[in-house]
Design a protein around this ligand. Structure first.
Ligand SMILES: [Mn+2]
Length: 194
């Protein structure tokens, strides 16, 4: 499993000590990895309670089908502010990813293949859309970036960004240049070095 490398950064908005964003990166089953970014609505402790509830469900059962993880999170968040979520699963044996996104979590993939997963509108805890699980095959060395809306999506058209940098370095650079001070901001970078 040493073939997968990842990095993550999560910082609260200016003036807050608690981030309402949360993330999960968890290897499982020998050849799989689950990565997720979750943005609790609003900010501070109440937002963190919502995002952490969903994160706990993912950490507990990373091997569950993605729609099942979404449904369980949706139920668990009924009495919270709600959250938006993106869940990426890498299957390194098949060199394939699956993705489900609810609400505005972004995903950017650096690959020679055209891999452009999308999220559907909705809010965990309040309103689930018809679930859309997208599957793609990828190449060794491809890099996957999940990010909350506290990061400007303009990083995806930044040609000066070194997409081959170590994942933690890439995550830090994206946050430093594209993080919005008025929102919690999270970046998760995963690469299969296969
Ligand atoms: Mn946000």
């Amino acid at each position: 499993m040493s073939r997968v490398v990842w990095g993550a950064v999560c910082r609260p908005k200016q003036g807050q000590t608690v981030s309402g964003d949360a993330y999960v990166v968890q290897e499982f089953g020998g050849t799989c990895l689950l990565a997720s970014v979750i943005d609790g609505l609003g900010g501070g402790h109440e937002a963190a309670r919502a995002s952490e509830s969903a994160a706990a469900i993912l950490r507990e059962s990373p091997d569950y089908p993605l729609p099942e993880l979404i449904r369980r999170s949706h139920q668990a968040l009924h009495n919270t502010r709600g959250a938006v979520i993106g869940i990426l699963r890498l299957d390194m044996a098949a060199q394939a990813i699956d993705y489900i996104g609810i609400g505005n979590i972004g995903i950017q993939v650096y690959s020679n293949q055209s891999i452009k997963p999308i999220s559907k509108n909705g809010i965990l805890g309040y309103r689930l859309p018809t679930l859309l699980q997208l599957r793609y095959t990828y190449n060794s060395g491809d890099t996957f970036v999940l990010y909350s809306d506290g990061i400007s999506g303009r990083f995806s058209i930044d040609n000066t960004l070194d997409k081959t940098a170590a994942p933690q370095s890439l995550a830090d650079t994206i946050l430093r240049h594209y993080g919005k001070s008025n929102d919690d901001a999270t970046v998760v970078v995963v690469r299969d070095t296969g």
